[in-house]
Design a protein around this ligand. Sequence first.
Ligand code: FAD
Ligand code: DHB
Length: 392
Amino acid sequence: ARCQVAIIGAGPAGLALAHMLHLQGIESVVLECRSEEYVRARVRAGVLEQTTVDLLTDIGVADRLHREALVHNGFYLRFDRATHHLDFHALSGRHAYVYGQAEVVADLIDARHATGRPLVFEAADVSIDGTDTDHPVVEYTGPDGARHRIDADVVAGCDGFHGVTRTMMPSSTRTLTRSYPFAWLGILARTRPVTEEGMYSVHPDGLSVHSMRGPNLSRQYLQVPADTRLEDWPDARIWAELRRRSACDDHPELETGEIIERSLAPLRSVVTDRMQSGSLYLLGDAAHIVPPTGAKGLNLAISDACALSRALGIRYRTGDDSALRAYTDTVLPRIWQAQNFSWTLTSVLHRFGDDPYDWELRRATLVRWTESVAQQQALGEVYLGLPFPTSW
Ligand code: FAD
Ligand code: DHB
């Protein structure tokens, strides 16, 4: 088959791009290796920037989001047994929205199905050739067991950090990375959140994060060593550690309850400093990842999709491909702002060792953040979302 844009991966980047292209009358095929049920159920990020919500609203996929999302003004910081609220809304009039990534993805899948345009789940052995030309060829094995061929103009690599497209960049592409000696053990539990907005509890023994997905559903994370095994963390140990690290004098203790999902995520920062080669373009986690601290990953995926959608729109409407050629340069500055924000939060909120000087330095930063309106304004600008590099 022929299509204009072959999109590899049905995560937030691929699905958002497909929808924005559809709205501009540009044909695409989305190929996803997992099943639809799997993709709809995958628990990941949950905090959306105002900027992201504005875009989703603008492209008509935010009706349920506006009914169901929790609207937050900022977040809590807890240290030295005291709880402080950073109110970014009061300083900016903007909000953060708690709405699970699985919900964003489900809404985008529903929107795609409604257009009748192709979205193929369980597409195995995706292979891509000819990205050094203007007519790349994508092949895959469909759920029917047959091999299919797509002739496209452009391939959008939206297949995440473990996908195939990032491995296809020329060897001269630089990958800049930072790894951290810890991971996040995440749980989803049927308990009532203790605070009405997210909270980072900074404890000398490590970070714990208290977030939520609904009035009776909490999402919590523990900083654990990078080589941690989930088997070593039975429920009782998770709850005891969450309670110990978030102990305070001004709020009730954490409620414990049934844990319905658990996972381990290593903390890493990665940026591919060239996000295009020939007719291949990388978006979202395929090109860059941030540690989860600060919840930027999903938002960045959407902002890349926005920029590529616009560049493709210009090219198909006018034949002018200068915006496409400028794609990497257009998106990288915002990506580095998010890298910086995630790294800053990661550095201040986590335990790196037992040097008491480090702990005092980190505490001094926390005190500044809670006492200084100027600091809160600066944090809030990025937390609630810097402007996207372009409209869609
Ligand atoms: P993805 O969502 O990864 O989508 C890529 C898609 O491509 C997937 O559906 C995948 O199945 C598919 N795919 C992969 N390979 C192929 C192939 N060869 N052929 C076809 N399809 C393929 N961010 C936060 O802010 N907070 C969090 O708590 C958080 N938790 C996370 C937990 C985990 C385990 C992971 C992996 C990420 C987490 N993130 C979190 C990051 C955030 O979820 C990502 O930044 C976001 O999903 C990026 O979207 P994406 O569309 O670029 O990639
Ligand atoms: C989530 C919340 C956060 O504040 C964060 O930094 C990372 C993830 C969440 O709700 O999943």
